[in-house]
Write a protein that binds this ligand. Sequence first.
Ligand code: SAM
Length: 343
Amino acid sequence: MVSETIDLIASAANPPPLADAFNRPITYLRISVTDRCNLRCVYCMPEAGLPWIPKPDILSFEEIVAIVEAAASIGLRSVRLTGGEPLVRRDLPELVRALAAIPGIDDISLSTNGLLLAECAAELAAAGLQRVNVSLDTLRPERFESLARRPGLERVLAGIDAALAAGLAPLKINCVVLRGQNDDELAAFAALTVERELFVRFIEVMPVEDNLALQRDSYVPSSEILARIGELGELLPSAGPGGNGPARYFAFPNARGAVGVISPLSHDYCERCNRVRLSADGRLRLCLFGDYEIDLRAPLRAGAGRDELAALLRGGMLIKPERHHLRLGEQSSRMRAFSEIGG
Ligand code: SAM
């Protein structure tokens, strides 16, 4: 009786950590702070943009913080701010500062296209941001303009320098590989990892509603990417920079950084999945591919407190699927683009 009481008190003080129905610990939340973006990458967003989420439907910083506090109380440790383009959301350092103050949150990172990074890297670092991933698909200015449908390569490169100078490390560069469009730059990207402590991750293009044709014509499997980089020199498996990611890393001898591949289609990484996503309008999304989600905004705006939100989060874990069923050339979700849910 006494020991049962002690157990009860102990479990109230240390609730069981967040896990899904397959016993995967869920410690990582990717938060989309906006669905808007200042680029129109050909594989991600139509040139005219998307039907944007109405502003009142987008979570306020206070609402995001309330959700993260609830998640942290049951074991969440890492958050990544993404979008859309997170740096187009005004006052982002304020959100970073509030998230950094939440007990239990010990890792705050950002995914950005880098266009606005040079201006705010130091302020973000001072607010508590630790790491940054920059998306960059080409090192050629004209090609940047045709792939992203807007100019800006110089600004992105300045953003990378500013992030490193501000101590936002390890810095990862995410490059979506498209056959015939940028796959002739694999060597140039890989070379970046030799002299500087940069981690370049090559990503297989994934299918969303508007890019199925592109996906069919331009998909390059990561096995081919690795084979082609391997022709440049000896490539050894590497631990990489650590972190939460699904990448597998390799490095040239004496390189300061490493190359990685992310293979959502050709190499199943679901068994190691530790993440869920929060859309800009407050839906908890359990898998990037597939419409497994619950609405957190309505209960939050109806007055749900920390424990109720934590209970909703726990409930949500039960519908996280064991694996995605995405196949090349298929689209397994009604989502129009990653920008909607924080890719
Ligand atoms: N704007 C930020 C950025 O550029 O990193 C965050 C959002 S963006 C949607 C996140 C990542 O998703 C980027 O690296 C982008 O290249 C990637 N992405 C978007 N659509 C994709 C697709 N169809 N296949 C593979 N990666 C995609």
